[in-house]
Structure formats: C-alpha cells, structure tokens
Design a protein around this ligand. Structure first.
Ligand SMILES: Cc1cc2nc3c(=O)[nH]c(=O)nc-3n(C[C@H](O)[C@H](O)[C@H](O)COP(=O)(O)O)c2cc1C
Length: 204
C-alpha cells in the first residue's frame, strides 16, 4: 500500500533525519527541493534567499570539518553524561552525522543575499525570510522519501563558509541541510502538548 502523504502526515512525521545513505540523489529531486523552498514567503516578497547545493567531495569535506569543529564541543558535556535514553539516541545521531557528513550526497546551504555587506549579528536580520523556505524544503524532502535535517552549528564561522563556498560578502549562510536517502525509518515527531504552548487572547 502506498504511504498516506497528506500535508498533515508530512508535518507530523518530519523528524530530523541525520543518518543518510551515501547513495546519490537524482539532480531533478534536488532541484525540486529548491523549487519548493523558493515558493515560500519573504519579507516584502524580496526573494533574496539563495541556495547552494554542494555535491563536490572536497567542498563537502571542508563543510564537514566546520561542522565537527563546532558540534564536537557543543555536545561534549552531554556525551559524557547523556541523562536519558532519548538524549543518548539524539547524540548518537549527531555524532553519526558529524563523522559521515562528507559522505552525505548533498549538503544544501540556505543563504540570504543582503543588499550590502553583512557581518556579526546582522547576518540574522533577514533570517525570517529564509526559514520558511527551509521548512518547505524539509517537508518536500520528507514527502518524496528523502531524509534531511537543519543544522546551524556548521555555519558558526561565516568567514570560513564564505571562503569555502566562494560567497559574496553580501551573503549570510543561515542553515546547512544534509540531504539523501534515510538509513532508518521515518517516524512521528514528539512535541509538547498544545495546552502547554498556547493560550487564547493573553498569556495569563
Ligand atoms: C534553528 C535550528 C538549528 C538547528 N541546528 C542543528 C545543528 O546544528 N545540528 C543538528 O544536528 N541539528 C540541528 N537542528 C535540528 C534540531 O536538533 C531538531 O530539529 C530538533 O532536535 C527536533 O528534532 P525532531 O524533529 O527529530 O524531533 C536545528 C534545528 C533548528 C530549527
């Protein structure tokens, strides 16, 4: 039986998929992801989100090195003392991704092209005009059987990323999304109940 892939099913089953097979993804599917991302809204319909789909092994290696440089210290305290089996599973997946990122078939870097040179905290000013596209991309990937996960630790050093990807100084790199066929199964996300995160009219 074919999978029910209504929008709701995709939304409720779009977990961060970090363990990815090295198998190549057809180019038309990668273009389909960017085309879906490109349908998202942006402030004043500026349409200044830009997408770099990295398949070159050498460039992937350099991005993987950036991810390791910042992911390793970020998780080290939790790795020593994971606390819960759930956190341990998450950390195992993050470590797997760290060790295999260069083998993942496509690393998609979502950028915003500002009208002027940007640096420091200003790179996030227009992040809201890129993240809706990122979510479109993640949902589309899930709907066509591709695994993907948003990452940001890999992009902490914007100068290094600009160098690696030969980005103009007007570009801010906001999210790196490794994409490919999943090793594991897709499953439902677990989130707090709506009663905890929503109120009508005012908070208290
Ligand atoms: C803004 C943002 C930044 C993230 N950065 C990273 C990251 O650097 N590395 C990583 O492995 N996952 C990263 N994630 C993925 C989250 O860890 C993941 O979405 C969250 O744990 C929920 O996972 P689930 O959807 O599988 O339940 C990021 C997600 C978001 C939205």
């Amino acid at each position: 039986m074919s999978e029910d892939l209504s929008l709701a099913t995709v939304i409720y089953n779009c977990r961060a998929m970090r363990k990815i097979k090295p198998e190549e993804v057809p180019e038309e599917k990668l273009i389909q992801l960017i085309d879906a991302a490109n349908q998202a809204p942006s402030g004043s319909n500026s349409q200044r989100a830009r997408w770099i789909v990295v398949r070159d092994p050498l460039v992937k290696m350099k991005l993987a090195d950036q991810n390791r440089k910042y992911a390793e210290p970020y998780i080290s305290a939790d790795v020593k003392n994971p606390g819960s089996p759930k956190l341990k599973r998450l950390l195992d997946a993050v470590i797997w991704q760290m060790e295999h990122m260069h083998e993942i078939p496509a690393l998609i870097v979502a950028c915003f092209d500002y009208p002027e040179k940007v640096q420091g905290i200003d790179i996030y000013r227009q992040a809201g005009s890129v993240w809706p596209g990122i979510q479109n991309l993640l949902l589309t990937a899930r709907s066509i059987g591709l695994g993907a996960a948003p990452t940001t630790l890999s992009l902490r050093d914007q100068d290094a990323i600009r160098n690696i990807l030969r980005l103009p100084e007007t570009f801010a790199a906001l999210c790196l999304i490794p994409v490919g066929y999943p090793q594991g199964k897709f499953g439902p996300v677990t989130r707090k109940p709506v009663s905890e995160i929503m109120r009508f009219d005012s908070w208290s």
